[in-house]
Every structure is written in structure tokens, then in C-alpha cells.
Design a protein around this ligand. Structure first.
Ligand code: ADP
Ligand code: ADP
Ligand code: MG
Length: 671
């Protein structure tokens, strides 16, 4: 290699993914990080790391000067831009070249040629690549664009020419809506890309998004590595991708592949790139070219056995691609699902919080791959993309791969942050998806089935939460007994008092919509749970993997329970439920009291502060009302004391563990 040290100008899963391959190839790696990422996985994986600025991407990951400086200081010989951030920024590629660094990507001119969707379409037209009927000329006045829209015929799609990530796009159904849609597309484009130029296309109702992976070296070899079907989208953003595209014939693949290769040749492309097409029936049209590695590149790796990052690096070092198009053959079927921190029920609002549990399905060389940039305990914050991981599966056939996907999604355990895992599981289980009836309208069309309204957890789930607490109690008393040296002492029994007759314990939970209670009766070696008017015999045991094996009313199941303070997350069958244990003893508040402060038991919003500095409070007195999980929680004084500091006001957002109120030292509350 003409370089032996690589700087990765990105973060998150793609930085980790690039670092892994670089290390395997014997390169030394340099990570860059913002202040928010000091403890991030990509920093840990790299041989060296350079701080490049504050959390905001604009001041760190998007700062060309700081990245070049970091490369110089660390002695890196090459820069990999990942995807997103500066990966399609020709100025960055140029700055790298000027600094004597190898940019792992195409030449700046190729990035520029494809950077404007309008200019790219003009170029493709010349190269004979088919285009969606539309207008991509220079005129930007409303009257001219409307005239073009009428010529094309409604519905039309207005697109930001500089666009990406689905931003600055508006579907216009009829003429009367055109003016307002144009204005808002231009506003969004100006804000996102600093360029408000648009183009207009015929809006296809139920097209498929099929893209071709291309690879080019510096010696004139340009090949394609087959297609990916990325039709499963939400608001023009990809959710699930697969390769090969279901139902695509070898002939269609050949024609589309040739068009993609022609597109790459037309701009003097080098390295890995993607030519995106929109397909309707037998016809397909060029949409845009992404001059970088694509998020969903792993599905191509799974069906070709190639490591695209390795080949990006080899091409950047001047190597030749050793393959011939005719001898390349795809093998089997791969599917990728993007696991996001977001809440499908709240219109996919990005979610934040600490990953109190993060267990991915077991990876192996052949069938299951998980690309991630976070670990258990990490915080999913507001500064960057909320993607947690990419789950990729492979098998001989689409059906078999789909079965793997369902199993892997069900095995995923994430708590602390709301995710789209349930949504992905419902897509994977949908008969229309299994039948390959996919197009870009799929998610919108099946939304009622894919995003059912939030419903309270079933009695079985609430019983699961109760059993999780009971198993924990048993484990604690066993541990205490063995510590005390008297394993038989009755004082270590937590299973209620067994002196005479029926004894019971009431466990109460909040489930986001109301209170649920479980009355636990102790039976020999088992429990009987009273819940929702039923009495069910129950048993629970922790299995070796940490999950609970539960038997409830004769039915056996397995679930994972993650307790974090009073919050219990139950994970079962790929779905998750959050419950709050209404514990009259509120142990974590007692602990906080000993530190002289009261902390937030969960992330949320302060609704009301009921005391002021200097107030003398009595144990049990309500101090703060917090809203979390759409419920109100009143937080009471853990002991008598005097308020020394009130850290938040009504309306403030608080992180879990944040100090809400501090008590005067030497006071009872702090004792
Ligand atoms: P397209 O641009 O056609 O949507 P991709 O599927 O490759 O192609 O998606 C790129 C998207 O990935 C960006 O729009 C953004 O939402 C997301 N993204 C960008 N940078 C990062 C990153 N560092 N980590 C995670 N996701 C990112
Ligand atoms: P971006 O740069 O945001 O990726 P694209 O031009 O690639 O923009 O389009 C994003 C998505 O929007 C496509 O994957 C497709 O689902 C949809 N789309 C784009 N053009 C059309 C069209 N003419 N008709 C219908 N849907 C379209
Ligand atoms: Mg696109």
C-alpha cells in the first residue's frame, strides 16, 4: 500500500466498520471525535484518536480544516470519509489532495458532476441512460416550473437538486397545490443544502427503488456488483434493503448494470459508488448517483463475498480490480434492517437515552452480521443520526433469509431507548413482504398493520414484570443468606411471611396508561398471581443467558427483563414494554438521600417544582413532578431536610440520574 495509516473522517457504525477492515489489512487507524464522542466505540477501536471540536457536527465532523489538520498531525497517508458528513463534498476531496493525502473515494470532478441531481441527469441523458420524465433545466421561476409540471402531468415530484436524505422533496397531486409545495421545497432545500434549486419529475405511484453497486479502478476497469432493492422506505428514506432484487430477471440485471457502468464511466468514476434507479414494471430510470459507500453496502458484501471497504482502499492505493463482469456471480440472498432509536407510534420521533441493555443477536461468519457504533451503557444523543445498528442476514434463498431476519430481530434486546425493532419485526412478518410485493409505498400502505396504536401490555407481560422482580428478590435473599453463613435463617426469606394461612404481596406498576397490580400468593416452590381478575399459577427461573424462563397458567415462554431503578423493560417476541414499579420503599431514592440529593429516576421533563431553596421538608413530602413515558411521577423527599439547591425549573428536560434537588449538608436528609 502507498499509505500505511488511515484517518477515518466519520463516526458511529461506519467509522467502526471502516476501522475493522483497515486493521485487518494491517493499516494503522486514526479516529476523529467530537467532545460528545470522547468515549465512543469508534475511538476505542482505532489505534489513535484526535479531538476535532464540539458536539455539533458543523463544528467538528464537518470541519474540513480540522480534519486535514488531524490527518497531518497523526501522519495519516489516506482519508476515508464514510457516508454522510463530508463524503460527497468535492471541496473536502480536493483539500485532501492538496494536503498530500489519498482521498478514499472518486476524484473531485466526479463528485461535482453527480452532486447536482439536475446536472447529473443532463449528463446521463447524453450517456443514453434512461431518465424519469421530468424537467431539470435552469429555469427556476414558479411560472416556468408550473408549465413544466403541467407538461409532465400530475402528480409530480419536486426535488431539491442538491438534495439528499429525502430532504427538500414534495409530492404535488394537483395544480392548485403546486405553488405552496414549491415554496416549501425551496425553503427546506435552502436551509439544508444552502441551494434552493429544484427539478421536477413525474411522480411514480408504486415504483421500486433498485440501485446498482459499481466499482471502478484507476486503470479503466468499471464493473457492477449487482443490485440492491431499497424499496422499503418511510418518507423516501430507506428502512430495509435486500439483494438481489426480488423478481429481477438476469436480462433486466444486465441492462441495468450496463446503464450503471455507463453512468460511472461518463464521470470518470473511481472506487465504490451507487447508481440509483427507480423502476416501474419493466421500465427503469436513472435517479441519482451517490459517490460514496452506501449505508446498505453490506447486503452486496453478503451476496458477493467481497469486502467493499477493502476494495475501496485497494483502488485508492492504485490496485487493479481483478474481476471480469462475466465471471462475477451473486450467491444467495441478503437483507438489511436499520435499527433506529425512534418511536414509531409517535410518528417515528427520534428517541434518546442510555442503552441500559444492548444485546445483539449472535453473529457468525455466514448468516448474521451486526454493524454498530454503540455498546451497552452508551448514550444515544441528539447530535447525530439515531441509527443504533444495521442487522444483516444471509441465506441461500429469500425465504430462508427472511426467517433468519425474523429470528434475529426477536433475539435483539434493547432497553433504555425506544427503538423501531417491533416495527421491523412486523415488516419481516408481513405476508406481502414475504411475497415480495414491495414498492416505495409499501410502508405507507400497510401502516395500520405495521404501526398499531400503542396498547397497554397484556396481563402476561405485567405478570412477567412481577416475576422478574420476584426472581430478583429470591436471588438477593439467597445471596444474603450465603453471606450471613446461616442459609436456613427465616429472616432471609423474602417470600412473604409463611407463619400461617395465605400470605401475599402486592406489586404495582404503571404501564403508560394507568396502574396495574399483581397480587402474589406464595405457594410451595411456586407462585400464584392474581391479575386482571384471574388467578394463574406461575414459576420463573433465570436461564444461563440471563433471560427468564416463565411458566404462567401452564404456558411457557421466555422473556428478558431489564431493571433500571424503578423502570422495568420487558422484552419478548421482538417487542418491548416499559413499566414503572411503584415501590413504596423506592430504594434508589433512599440511596440518593444519603448523598444529600434527589436525582431523577428516569429521563423526562420537569412539570412542577413544589419547593424552594431554604424550605424545610418532611420525609414523603412531594417535591418535584416529573413527566416521563407520558406519565406523571411525583418525587417525594426521601428524608427530612432543608433544600439547599433546586436544579431545574418547570419545562426543563432532565437526564436520568440528574440531581433535581440538593439538601443542606449535615441535615437529616443528608444523614
Ligand atoms: P441515500 O442518500 O440515497 O439515502 P443512504 O441509504 O446511503 O443513501 O443514506 C445516507 C443516510 O445515512 C443519510 O441521509 C443520513 O440519514 C444517514 N447518515 C449519514 N451519516 C451517518 C452516520 N455517520 N451515521 C449514521 N447514519 C448516517
Ligand atoms: P435522495 O437524495 O434524498 O436519496 P432520491 O432522488 O434518491 O433522493 O430519492 C429518494 C427516494 O424518493 C427514492 O428512493 C424514491 O423512493 C423516491 N422517489 C424519487 N424520485 C421519485 C419519483 N420520480 N417518483 C416516485 N418516487 C420517487
Ligand atoms: Mg437517493
Amino acid at each position: 500500500m502507498i499509505f500505511d495509516k488511515l484517518l477515518v473522517a466519520n463516526r458511529g457504525e461506519i467509522a467502526c466498520r471502516v476501522i475493522r477492515t483497515a486493521r485487518r489489512m494491517g493499516l494503522r487507524t486514526v479516529a476523529v471525535y467530537s467532545e460528545a464522542d470522547a468515549g465512543a466505540l469508534h475511538v476505542e477501536l482505532a489505534d489513535e484518536a484526535v479531538l476535532i471540536g464540539p458536539a455539533a457536527a458543523r463544528e467538528s465532523y464537518l470541519r474540513i480544516d480540522r480534519l486535514i489538520d488531524a490527518a497531518r498531525r497523526s501522519g495519516a497517508g489516506a482519508v476515508h470519509p464514510g457516508y454522510g458528513f463530508l463524503s460527497e463534498n468535492a471541496d473536502f476531496a480536493e483539500a485532501c489532495a492538496e494536503a498530500g493525502l489519498v482521498f478514499v473515494g472518486p476524484p473531485p470532478a466526479a463528485i461535482r458532476a453527480m452532486g447536482s441531481k439536475a446536472a447529473a441527469k443532463a449528463l446521463m441523458e447524453k450517456a443514453g441512460v434512461p431518465l424519469v420524465p421530468g424537467y431539470h433545466g435552469a429555469a427556476q421561476g414558479e411560472a416556468a416550473l408550473l408549465a413544466e409540471a403541467k407538461r409532465i402531468g400530475f402528480p409530480v415530484l419536486i426535488k431539491a437538486s442538491a438534495g439528499g436524505g429525502g430532504k427538500g422533496m414534495r409530492v404535488v397531486e394537483r395544480e392548485a397545490e403546486f405553488s405552496a409545495a414549491l415554496a416549501s421545497a425551496k425553503r427546506e432545500a435552502a436551509a439544508a443544502f444552502g441551494d434552493d434549486r429544484v427539478l421536477v419529475e413525474k411522480y411514480l405511484r408504486r415504483p421500486r427503488h433498485i440501485e446498482m453497486q459499481v466499482m471502478a479502478d484507476r486503470h479503466g476497469n468499471v464493473l457492477h456488483l449487482f443490485e440492491r432493492d431499497c424499496s422499503l422506505q418511510r418518507r423516501h428514506q430507506k428502512v430495509i434493503e435486500e439483494a438481489p432484487a426480488p423478481g429481477l430477471t438476469a436480462e433486466q440485471r444486465r441492462v441495468m448494470g450496463e446503464a450503471a457502468v455507463a453512468a460511472a464511466r461518463a464521470v470518470g468514476y473511481e472506487g465504490a459508488g451507487t447508481v440509483e434507479f427507480i423502476a416501474e414494471g419493466e421500465r427503469f430510470y436513472f435517479m441519482e448517483m451517490n459517490t460514496r459507500l452506501q449505508v446498505e453496502h453490506p447486503v452486496t458484501e453478503m451476496i458477493t463475498g467481497l469486502d467493499l471497504v477493502e476494495w475501496q482502499l485497494r483502488v485508492a492505493a492504485g490496485e487493479r480490480l481483478p474481476w471480469r463482469q462475466e465471471t462475477l456471480q451473486p450467491r444467495g440472498h441478503a437483507i438489511e434492517a436499520r435499527v433506529y432509536a425512534e418511536d414509531p407510534v409517535r410518528d417515528f420521533l427520534p428517541a434518546t437515552g442510555r442503552l441500559t441493555r444492548l444485546r445483539a443477536p449472535r453473529e457468525d461468519e455466514i448468516h448474521v452480521r451486526v454493524d454498530t457504533g454503540v455498546r451497552e451503557g452508551d448514550e444515544v444523543g441528539i447530535h447525530y443520526d439515531p441509527m443504533i445498528a444495521k442487522l444483516v442476514v444471509w441465506d441461500e434463498s429469500r425465504d430462508a433469509a427472511l426467517r433468519r431476519l425474523r429470528a434475529a430481530l426477536a433475539a435483539y434486546e434493547i432497553a433504555g431507548v425506544t427503538t423501531n425493532l417491533g416495527f421491523l419485526a412486523r415488516i419481516a412478518a408481513h405476508p406481502a413482504f414475504a411475497a415480495g410485493e414491495i414498492d416505495t409505498d409499501f410502508i405507507a400502505r400497510h401502516r395500520p398493520a405495521l404501526v398499531p396504536p400503542a396498547s397497554p401490555p397484556s396481563d402476561e407481560i405485567v405478570a412477567g414484570a412481577a416475576l422478574a422482580l420476584l426472581v430478583e428478590q429470591e436471588e438477593e435473599s439467597r445471596a444474603e443468606a450465603s453471606r450471613s453463613g446461616d442459609p436456613w435463617s427465616p429472616w432471609h426469606q423474602r417470600n412473604g411471611w409463611r407463619l400461617n394461612g395465605d400470605t401475599y404481596q402486592d406489586l404495582r406498576f404503571e404501564d403508560g396508561s394507568g396502574e396495574r397490580s399483581v397480587r402474589v400468593h406464595y405457594r410451595r416452590g411456586a407462585y400464584e398471581l392474581e391479575i386482571g381478575g384471574r388467578r394463574l399459577s406461575a414459576r420463573a427461573e433465570r436461564s444461563r443467558d440471563g433471560r427468564l424462563a416463565v411458566e404462567l397458567g401452564g404456558a411457557r415462554s421466555r422473556l428478558a427483563a431489564v431493571r433500571h431503578g424503578r423502570e422495568i423493560t420487558i422484552l419478548a417476541n421482538g417487542e418491548s414494554w416499559r413499566l414503572v414499579h411503584l415501590d413504596p420503599l423506592a430504594p434508589e431514592l433512599e440511596e440518593d438521600a444519603s448523598a444529600g440529593r434527589l436525582t431523577a429516576p428516569m429521563p423526562g421533563r420537569v412539570l412542577e417544582v413544589l419547593v424552594a431553596v431554604g424550605a424545610r421538608v418532611a420525609r414523603g413530602q412531594p417535591l418535584v413532578v416529573l413527566e416521563a413515558m407520558k406519565m406523571e411521577h411525583t418525587i417525594a423527599a426521601p428524608a427530612d431536610g432543608v433544600v439547599a439547591r433546586v436544579a431545574y425549573a418547570a419545562g426543563d428536560l432532565v437526564e436520568e440520574g440528574a440531581t433535581l434537588i440538593a439538601f443542606e449538608e449535615g441535615n437529616d436528609a443528608a444523614a
